[in-house]
Design a protein around this ligand. Sequence first.
Ligand SMILES: [Fe+2]
Length: 352
Amino acid sequence: MRKINITNIEVGSRISKTIYNSKGQVLLSAGTVLTGRYVKRLKELGFTSVFVDDGLIDDISLDEAISEETRVQAVNCIRGIMQNVPKNNVVHTAPVSKAVDCIIDDLLKNREIMLNLSDIRSYDDYTFSHSVNVTVISVFIGMCLHYRKDRLKDLGMGVLLHDVGKTHIPPDIINKPGKLTAEEYEIVKRHTWYGFETLRKSPGIKLTSAHVALQHHERQDGSGYPRSLKGDQIIEFARISAIADVYDAMTSDRCYRKSIPVYKVCQYLAEGSGGQFDSRILDRFIERVALYPQGTRVTLNDGRSGIITKQNNGIPTRPVVRLFWTKKGHLPKPLNVNLAEHSELTIEDIHE
Ligand SMILES: [Fe+2]
């Protein structure tokens, strides 16, 4: 299976991963054959890509960081909380604890894999999916830093709830597609304090986890908010979540721009190393990110092109690629090439 942009979908392709609507209900099950009507509806609902079997790498299963079941459960959990917090202003932590346990267990099972997050989401589902992805990435970074399980749990609890304060901000400001006015930006900044106040009153949440809500927009060089903290004044959990937050936001499709390829996002993060971001944490993270995720179409320096099928752990720039095409046409048959064994070959270009 592979993820492809909805504008490139061919009618008649078979969906290989169930698509959920923003309420968590099944919209189209895996196995459904896409009709023109389905494609049109998915576009209307704000989906930008879907997983399909298109005959190229159907035999390759995705090396995903967490299972689909864990993802759906966590998204539903955070959705429920974001919809209920304003009523009583405390978080019922039992479902959060369960969701974070599942994320940690899935990641520990796949301890050796490179980070490859490949969810699909509609625009209006962004906040919930984003919170889950930032949690997965943060726990993954915690593992790279050799955190023990109880510390991963405190980190995960804080990060899954890091944006809970947004429930106090008017939705038309939160969902505004364009640039915020200075006044609106000041209002948005308050979500950090609201989140902190909510979490520190919520039974079962440690104070250090609550601080993730307060500090996740702080930056190493003091350029963040709400308190312009610097360096070690920012707790490590928040320094981790800052990297995870930016990584997921940039690699996601938004209503006002398309997702940015992973390798470019890593370049951007590296440029902020030691400035906005903690360089020690960032280095550990970047060496474990799949720069060219499975399903990405690439062209090599010899003109042949194909699709990434597998990662080589610890060598993010040299994955395995299945070649299908030359500059002039199709290869007689597909050819699997492990770039870790062919130093003469490099990835020259990646395609949408
Ligand atoms: Fe935030």
